[in-house]
Design a protein around this ligand. Structure first.
Ligand SMILES: *Cc1c(COP(=O)(O)O)cnc(C)c1O
Length: 365
């Protein structure tokens, strides 16, 4: 068996991509909201059921621009059980993250712990649909409405996820998606924000292009976070094959389920009724199993299977934040417990089912 990595980027056929970018050699229009950018935005508006959507050069800058577009200054309640980007975006925008603990089943922000963290400094709630598991959007929405706070979702993992036919893009006041190479749908590097009104959309469009609104009007101190035509073209190609890819991911995921469900000491991810999953990750929590998470990780590595301790460490344990008030994993004990025990197993569309069997055999040995 050659080395099996935790993920492998989806790519179209070389010829299909060449065909997609051919016209760029006629137009010489390489970036700044060209034809590929416009076509991909329209396709994604449809796919994500969101009228107000704009593309970004990556998910991280999409999130920073979103926080800026909402004009937030103060405390933002969020989860430490996420990728570095979520917390860094809040801090880099001059806001203060306030960490809420997670639900032990969905691993998303626990609304039961949310209200106690709201103060007169709170300006927003920024939960994460981690692993593509939808947050308890109804409970979060009810609390946010009571306190008149916007809810911005980090939906980086949730492309294609739906609940009762409603896309993850439709929850909250806005949602950020990542189209990084390692995500379910990729544009090499890329991202998008979905929002609810034309005014917010316009602000986002201006912010990602140096704050420029028109030839003689620059209302914002913006940076540069535009998606280029080559990335948009990659997205157009990958989008054509997405349903096929999701179907293959489902088969891989179910093959794991068949062998790992019900094994004492293993907690696998559950997809609630009515939810259409995107099978983005295959997290397993090793809690009371005969091997610890770190032992399983090492055992797999010996067999050239590279799993990932995703998410470990918690972002509130990062050394860049050490000693700062409010950054303490002890404040989020369930997140800390899961982070010490979770491993995401290899999962991508073309992972052979026999490889899944071999991985399970190693874990169950
Ligand atoms: C990938 C990711 C991001 C950042 O997206 P990029 O496109 O890589 O910049 C943000 N949040 C989460 C949870 C992610 O997994």
């Amino acid at each position: 068996m050659s080395v099996i990595n935790v993920t492998r980027s989806s790519m179209p056929d070389f010829a299909e991509y060449c065909e997609e970018i051919r016209e760029l050699w006629d137009s010489h229009w390489l970036t700044n909201m060209g034809v590929k950018h416009k076509t991909l935005e329209a396709a994604l508006q449809k796919r994500l059921q969101c009228e107000y959507l704009t593309l970004f050069t990556n998910g991280h800058l999409a999130l920073e621009n979103l926080i800026e577009a909402f004009g937030l200054h103060g405390e933002i309640i969020t989860t430490p059980f996420t990728f570095a980007s979520t917390t860094h975006a809040i801090v880099r925008c001059g806001c203060t993250p306030v960490f809420c603990d997670i639900d032990p089943v969905s691993f998303t922000l626990d609304p039961k712990k949310l209200e106690a963290l709201i103060t007169d400094k709170t300006v927003a709630i920024l939960p994460v649909h981690v692993y593509g598991n939808l947050c308890d959007v109804d409970a979060i929405d009810a609390i946010a409405k009571r306190h008149d706070l916007p809810v911005l979702y980090d939906a980086a993992h949730a492309f294609g996820v739906e609940r009762d036919g409603v896309s993850a893009a439709c929850f909250g006041d806005a949602a950020m998606f990542s189209f990084h190479a390692t995500k379910v749908f990729n544009t090499i590097e890329g991202g998008a924000v979905c929002c609810r009104d034309a005014q917010t959309l316009q602000r986002l469009c201006d912010l990602k292009n140096f704050g420029i609104h028109g030839p003689e009007s620059t209302p914002y101190v913006g940076g540069n976070a535009k998606m280029n035509e080559f990335c948009a073209a990659m997205g157009l190609c990958n989008l054509r094959h997405l349903d096929e890819e999701l179907e293959k991911r489902r088969k891989v995921s179910e093959r794991y389920d068949e062998q790992l469900a019900g094994v004492p000491g293993l907690q696998i991810n559950r997809i609630p009724d009515g939810v259409r999953s995107n099978y983005a990750y295959y997290p397993v929590v090793f809690d009371g199993y005969r091997y610890t998470r770190d032992e399983v990780y090492a055992l797999l590595a010996e067999h050239d299977v590279i799993a990932r301790k995703y998410f470990y460490p918690l972002t509130n344990a990062f050394e860049c934040y050490r000693g700062q008030p409010g950054f303490d994993p002890k404040d989020t004990p369930i997140a800390a417990h899961v982070a010490d025990r979770v491993l995401t197993l290899p999962l991508y569309a073309d992972l052979p089912l026999e490889t899944v069997d071999q991985i399970c055999k190693i874990i169950l040995s």
